[in-house]
Design a protein around this ligand. Structure first.
Ligand code: PGA
Length: 238
């Protein structure tokens, strides 16, 4: 069985004082937590958070990166810059970026390759919309996103996060059956070595059920990663 990863995505939330939550989380998790722990804060907090978590088991990551190494791309952040700030992972292809920024699976794949080239582990997000699920297309949409978003022959670790778009930030969690079904298909498609995270309204109260399903190797957590108490509640139940 793969070791579980509990990854927090702070999205566009958090100011410097929010780092107090991380100090509190460091206390709670101690030296030997049950799962790997990652926080992806807004980029401006990354270096400070990396310093803060240096002697703890908590890793830090980016929420996105550009597909090019460097150059004339105003406002963008490269994978190399994230690595230089001590990030270990980067989320790519989050549905909010696919929707808000029009990111295609081809762009997501280029970003994942840029992450690997910089020595980061990409967490590649896939997931269907409510419309697609209701049309019975969830499995085929996810399969195609994986086919098109994954680097061809990655030589180091990659992670996939299955996040049904309709379950993100809505409080609506996919049923255990739905999660298990998609994760089984993903496992068949990508093999045993790749960690498969579930994301979408994961909270302390539903974490145990979700994290103990077959083929679920962790969670990608948005809202409930912002407060140490909630995030630790999920880690504890992993
Ligand atoms: P949520 O977000 O936990 O707030 O639903 C999950 C995500 O977008 O990764």
């Amino acid at each position: 069985m793969l070791r579980k990863l509990i990854a927090g995505n702070w999205k566009m939330n958090g100011l410097r004082h929010s780092l107090d939550e991380v100090s509190s989380l460091i206390q709670k998790v101690g030296k030997d937590p049950k799962a790997d722990i990652l926080i992806c804060p807004p980029a401006l907090l990354l270096m400070e958070m990396a310093r803060q978590t240096k002697d703890s088991p908590i890793m830090v990551g980016g929420q996105d990166c550009h597909w090019r190494e460097c150059g004339a791309h105003t406002g963008e952040i490269s994978a190399q810059m994230l690595a230089d700030a001590e990030a270990s992972h980067v989320i790519v292809g989050h549905s909010e970026r696919r929707a808000d920024c029009g990111e295609s699976s081809k762009i997501v794949k280029d970003k994942a390759e840029a992450a690997l080239a910089a020595g980061l582990v990409p967490i590649i997000c896939v997931g269907e919309t409510l419309e697609q699920r209701e049309a019975g297309e969830a499995a085929s949409v996810v399969r195609e996103q994986v086919e098109q978003s994954l680097p061809a022959h990655p030589k180091s670790e990659i992670i996939i996060a299955y996040e049904p778009v309709w379950a993100i930030g809505t409080g609506k969690v996919a049923s255990a059956g739905d999660i298990a079904e998609i994760h089984a298909l993903l496992r068949e498609q990508v093999g045993a070595a790749i960690r498969l995270l579930y994301g979408g309204s994961v909270k302390p109260g539903n974490a145990a059920e979700i994290l103990h399903l077959d083929n679920v190797d962790g969670a990608l957590v948005g809202g409930a990663s912002l407060r140490a108490e909630d995030f630790y509640g999920i880690i504890k139940n992993s």
